[in-house]
Design a protein around this ligand. Structure first.
Ligand code: ZN
Length: 125
């Protein structure tokens, strides 16, 4: 889903959009002429590789997303929200989902087998 920046309402509005097996569900609102706030959850499942043995694993995700979309260059400090600068005044939710999925995939993650081996290993010492 793509949506023009100026079409985001100033009042909080519920939205939901999905890409493949992952969806974003929550609210968005425009808090200034160049800032949109998104409070949502990233829900679904993604396939990723075990960091140790490479086995494909399906991961159920349900992560809180707090995003601040800035139309142009963001000038300011923000701790609570993740700031994403967008171009052409167009918000591309597919791209946002994709980048969140990629960042989850790049995390260190063990499959069930390796996790079990890990705890066995710890018990021996
Ligand atoms: Zn593994």
């Amino acid at each position: 889903m793509k949506i023009e920046f100026k079409k985001i309402p100033q009042d909080k509005k519920e939205f939901s959009t999905s890409l493949n097996s992952v969806k974003i569900e929550g609210t968005f609102c425009r808090i200034s002429s160049s800032l949109v706030k998104i409070e949502a959850n990233l829900i679904g499942n993604i396939e990723t590789d075990c960091s140790r043995c490479g086995t494909l694993k399906t991961l159920d995700i349900n992560e809180e997303l707090k995003l601040l979309l800035c139309d142009g260059v963001f000038k300011g400090d923000e701790d609570e929200f993740l700031v994403i600068e967008i171009e052409n005044s167009l918000i591309d939710f597919d791209e946002i989902i994709q980048s969140e999925v990629n960042s989850i995939k790049s995390d260190y993650l063990l499959c069930g087998n390796c996790e079990t081996n890990d705890s066995l290993f710890e018990q021996e010492f």
